[in-house]
Design a protein around this ligand. Structure first.
Ligand SMILES: NC(=O)C[C@H](N)C(=O)O
Length: 324
């Protein structure tokens, strides 16, 4: 019997077309994937629905949260065997990772998109959609968390990131590589995701922000975080987890006021650790109470902090959550 797959569209370039006179790529009303969906009926029993039709820079955490609820409801009520989500590529990794954090489901949830719009030569939407449905119906995709499939690679939501502004091979998993491939003959997994963490939240109200560190970073940015009332801050720190020393008093002030600060590295590979003992080094950050994250990039750590703060504001528990 064919598996039941629900395709949920949210917009992105995969749903857009280019105006040949102005060169502007914009969302349209028609579904450029309808022909592909008809072709897919040999592979699965497909239902389609449109949740949004927006460019992914318009996507907000509250949309991601609503999407997670929709997916939960659809999986529970309608017995789908898997979900395929079409999404703009700019924030695709954020939605995929958010869903991975809050969806405790075994059914495959596969997120895809395209780099070229529907009337451009080499439109990669149909191919990516087919590869995603192939992945969603593969038995081995079950229990692996939210997956991202583009350009025939299968990535975990936790690891994947957009690495190129325009190339179709933009999605890469810098830390560990993809976990599988899609070919004409089928879907092949060659790695297992090492860990999965799930958080059951029923609202998403916390305000968290992300700053990127740089040589000579000004401490007044941290005062702004305080004045603007953020509940938590993620900093993309330097190297193995170090910051300019001028930031230390403001960091201390924020932490004492109960604003958790998480650091990730602005390097796209590796993890942060308390290695350096100089002023602003990881050892000093750790002793101030800065939380070290385990290999996530900044935009994902910012979402994780948002989710984590719905569960706890206890420093030790937050530290444990970011060790996962
Ligand atoms: N390729 C894409 O989908 C990029 C587009 N700007 C979006 O994220 O909506």
């Amino acid at each position: 019997m064919k598996k039941k797959i629900l395709i949920i569209h949210t917009g992105g370039t995969i749903a857009m077309s280019e105006n040949k006179e102005t060169g502007a790529v914009t969302p349209g009303d028609s579904n450029p994937l309808s022909h592909t969906v008809t072709e897919l009926t040999g592979l699965a029993d497909i239902t389609e629905m449109q949740f949004l039709n927006i460019p992914s820079p318009h996507m907000k955490p509250k949309d991601m949260f609503e999407l997670s609820r929709l997916i939960k409801t659809k999986l529970e009520a309608d017995n789908y065997d898997g979900i395929v989500l079409t999404h703009g590529t700019d924030t695709l990794e954020e939605t995929a990772y958010f869903l991975d954090l809050v969806l405790d489901v075994n059914e495959p949830v596969v997120v895809t998109g395209s780099m070229r719009s529907s009337n451009e030569t080499g439109y990669d939407g149909p191919h990516n959609l087919i590869a995603s449905v192939k992945t969603a119906v593969a038995g081995e995709a079950r229990g692996k968390g939210v997956l991202v499939v583009l350009n025939d690679d299968i990535h975990t939501a936790e690891n994947v990131t957009k690495t190129h502004t325009s190339n179709v091979a933009t999605f890469q998993s810098p830390q560990f590589g993809p976990i599988g491939i899609v070919t004409k003959r089928g879907v092949f997994f060659h790695h297992h995701p090492t860990s999965r963490d799930n958080y059951n939240i029923n609202k998403l109200d916390k305000k968290t922000t992300l700053l990127k560190a740089y040589a000579g970073m000004e401490p007044d940015l941290l005062q702004a975080v305080d004045h603007l009332g953020y509940d938590g801050l993620v900093i993309e720190a330097l190297g193995q987890g170090n910051l300019p020393p001028e930031l230390m008093p403001e960091l201390d002030n924020l932490i004492k006021k109960g604003v958790p600060i998480v650091i990730v590295s602005r390097c796209f590979n590796g993890i942060v650790q308390d290695i350096y003992g100089y002023e602003g080094g990881g050892k000093q950050l750790k002793s101030l109470g800065v939380i070290f994250s385990n290999g996530l990039n900044g935009q994902k750590a910012r979402l994780k902090l948002m989710v984590a703060l719905e569960i706890t504001d206890d420093h030790k528990k937050l530290e444990d959550i970011f060790l996962n």
